[in-house]
Design a binder for this molecule. Structure first.
Ligand SMILES: NC(=O)c1ccc[n+]([C@@H]2O[C@H](COP(=O)([O-])OP(=O)(O)OC[C@H]3O[C@@H](n4cnc5c(N)ncnc54)[C@H](O)[C@@H]3O)[C@@H](O)[C@H]2O)c1
Length: 387
């Protein structure tokens, strides 16, 4: 009877606790159950360029999205068209080869274009779409070089259209939580911030050849994440890079990279990247400051299961295998954000100057790897993010 004195009145007589904001899937369920039709607006008419790995991820976010009408899919792999149409039930979507892409650009119904083609094709598709008055969602990197990316953003400004670069990690619930907590001062002034990004699967050599290299293809995600969390850009970077896979050496790229970044406030950043991780898609972050540390460890598709068999010790389930599963929510959230912008429900959270800054930092890191020197970076006032 020692605890009887703690007995509360019936839960039916009390106000029940609300779902925590951290349960983002429950928040989404609440929207569905409230049938918030007004929030969905009129369907945005769109076209998708490229249905490879990234394109398939975006197709899954577009195909049955009540906020979208997918008018066109452009991809030269014609033998896949019927299967894609049947699988996603895209009876009204027109499939085109890239040399017929004019039909998309000249169709006034097409409001926006999603670009998920190889990086070396982005600049032409992006600028042509913008020049024809379409808003553009483009996979990272927007273009192969800073000058090409600048050209794309100049065209966007000239056309008065949106060019949105898809850095999906900003839309990952865990990384959002870390950012908000860092910005609310939980760890104080950040002393060090570390990311680790290791791909479980080696990309195909064909992909690597058109990827614009590990710094612009992969490091840009980590650079963007760190700068977005800190709200500042580095003034000095130093990189060590190796190529441990002979086929990647043959195409002149690296597969293992460590980057250090020094920020104006004194914070140090460390990025650890590898093209191949045998234990799964290794994606972690740690933010350390005088008041403590925040970490986001690897997530698992099934996280509640643990086994204790014989004397093997405790075993959990494997971590996610690759980006389509690890960042599934992030990809969905970024597409919803793009639609929110088009429907005037949100302002873009990834600005052109941020994308260009990331590209400039990636180039500096690459230069440091090749020259084995520290590389200094200077920033014009328009690149300094507000606090
Ligand atoms: N954000 C991420 O996590 C992420 C992940 C993977 C790839 N990406 C980016 O997505 C882009 C595509 O990469 P991927 O891995 O999907 O490549 P992929 O090779 O798997 O797919 C590319 C697709 O584009 C098609 N294509 C090629 N040229 C075309 C053209 N001119 N017009 C229309 N379609 C064309 C190809 O037939 C293919 O189906 C790259 O820029 C890459 O950096 C981003």
């Amino acid at each position: 009877m020692a605890t009887l004195k703690f007995k509360d009145p019936s839960p039916y007589k009390q106000e029940l606790p609300k779902a925590p904001v951290a349960d983002f899937l429950y928040s989404s369920f609440l929207k569905d159950i409230a049938l918030q039709q007004a929030e969905r607006g009129t369907a945005v008419q769109m076209a998708l360029f490229g249905v490879g790995r990234a394109g398939s991820i975006h197709l899954s976010a577009l195909a049955h999205n009540p906020r979208v009408k997918l008018l066109y899919i452009v991809d030269d792999v014609q033998e896949k068209w019927d299967a894609i149409r049947q699988y996603w039930k895209l009876d009204d979507t027109v499939f085109l080869c890239s040399n017929d892409a004019d039909k998309v650009f000249l169709d006034p119904r097409v409001r926006a274009v999603v670009v998920a083609t190889p990086t070396n094709t982005h600049e032409w598709i992006v600028t042509t779409a913008l020049n024809h008055g379409k808003d553009v969602f483009c996979e990272k990197p927007v273009a192969e070089s800073i000058s090409s990316a600048e050209h794309c953003y100049k065209q966007a400004k000239k056309a008065g259209k949106l060019l949105f670069c898809a850095f999906q990690r900003r839309f990952d619930p865990a990384f959002n939580n870390i950012k908000e907590r860092v910005r609310s001062g939980e760890v104080g002034h950040v002393h060090t911030i570390k990311t680790c990004s290791r791909d479980a699967q080696l990309p195909s050599l064909e992909y690597l050849r058109s990827s614009s290299g590990i710094f612009h293809d992969t490091a840009v995600h980590d650079i963007d994440l760190i700068c977005w969390i800190l709200g500042e850009y580095p003034t000095c970077v130093a990189t060590q890079a190796s190529t441990l896979t002979p086929e990647i050496a043959e195409i002149g790229d690296y597969d293992t990279v460590v980057i250090t970044l020094q920020f104006p406030s004194g914070t140090l950043g460390i990025i650890d990247i590898s093209r191949l991780s045998s234990h799964g898609y290794d994606q972690r972050i740690e933010v350390f400051g005088p008041r403590g540390m925040l970490t986001s460890s690897n997530e698992r598709p099934m996280h509640g299961i643990e086994s204790h068999i014989g004397f093997q010790g405790g075993n959990t389930m494997p971590i996610y295998y690759s980006f389509p599963s690890r960042y599934k929510m992030a990809y969905l959230n970024e597409m919803e954000h793009f639609l929110d912008i088009l429907q005037d429900k949100a302002k873009p959270t990834i600005m052109g100057h941020e994308t260009l800054a990331v590209s400039k930092i990636a180039s500096a890191c690459e230069e440091s790897a090749r020259t084995r020197q520290f590389v200094q970076l200077q920033w014009e006032p328009e690149y300094i993010p507000p606090n």
